[in-house]
Design a protein around this ligand. Structure first.
Ligand code: ZN
Ligand code: ZN
Length: 293
């Protein structure tokens, strides 16, 4: 059998088929509506799924896992959903040259089958690369020259909910999108892996902003699981300290660079402490953005 590496290692510099759109304008006419609907559906499905789970859990003893005393406002929700539509519009516009470049062979194209093991390997590599991209671009957006135009909008949210996932200013949305063409120019990736990656990314994004801790007790201090971020991890970046917890999927960049919040594990343990269970209505009164004590 022909080794897989010979099937994908060569850039696909070929003339596009005659029946396929060839110019940027034709490409845009061909795929923009579908691309917008796909990305919007991805956001709405993940955000409503996580928001629904949080709503259900808040009817139970897990209501005590609400991370902040403060409640997100209706204005937050409206701003975030409108911003998400704008973010999806940015992704759609940027997808046009990406698709065009694929059709003209400027990205590496994967051809052939993918084994389950290779699928997992590609997906893991993509998630690891995106985690690194996110950590460093996020830190860059917290520097003085970039913060105001790129990232201040995302931090208008003090108390995140799943709807915060795509609440980006236009430059930040473009920065988030840029990972994809960079990755496609370096690694030929099976389409199914890209699809799975997009699903993992939006679900982890919505979970990170859920506002109620979804991970089991002991997670943050576990020797292996502790490398995976929790909801408390990113919630503290919004509500407690803008200068800590920049990571997305994993905690290792924060640990390595000394940017993990010193109270992160303690806060996670407190939020998930079962003896802390209190009636849900007591969690709805304070306007303080601080994490609950
Ligand atoms: Zn956030
Ligand atoms: Zn930030």
């Amino acid at each position: 059998m022909k080794p897989l590496r010979h099937q994908w290692a060569v850039p696909n510099r070929k003339a596009p088929p005659m029946d396929k759109p060839t110019t940027l304008l034709q490409t845009a006419q061909n795929m923009m509506v579908g691309s917008f609907l796909f990305d919007m559906a991805r956001y709405l499905i993940a955000a409503s799924l996580i928001a629904g789970i949080v709503w259900l859990l808040r009817q139970t003893r897990w209501a005590s896992r609400k991370i902040q005393r403060r409640e997100a406002s209706r204005a937050d929700f409206i701003r975030e959903v409108l911003a998400a539509a704008r973010t999806v519009a940015v992704y759609t516009v940027l997808a046009v040259p990406t698709v065009w470049a694929f059709r003209h062979g400027y990205f590496l194209e994967y051809r052939g089958a993918v084994t389950p093991l290779a699928f997992c390997g590609y997906l893991a590599a993509m998630v690891l690369a995106h985690d690194t991209w996110f950590y460093w671009s996020h830190r860059a957006m917290h520097t003085r020259p970039l913060y105001r135009s790129f990232h201040r909008f995302h931090h208008l949210t003090i108390t995140p909910t799943a709807w915060t996932a795509y609440s980006f200013a236009i430059p930040e949305a473009a920065m988030m999108y840029l990972f994809m063409p960079v990755w496609f120019s370096l690694v030929a990736t099976p389409f199914a892996v890209v699809f799975a990656f997009l699903a993992v990314m939006i679900v982890r994004n919505a979970m990170g902003h859920a506002g109620l801790e979804l991970h089991p007790r002991g997670w943050a201090s576990h020797p292996l699981l502790g490398w995976i971020t929790t909801t408390t991890h990113h919630d503290m970046h919004h509500g407690t300290s803008f200068n800590h917890n920049y990571g997305f999927y994993f905690t290792w960049w924060d640990k390595l660079m000394g940017t993990e919040h010193p109270d992160y594990v303690q806060t996670f343990d407190r939020v998930t402490d079962p003896s802390r269970a209190v009636p849900a209505q007591r969690l709805t009164t304070s306007a303080s953005p601080q994490t609950t004590a």
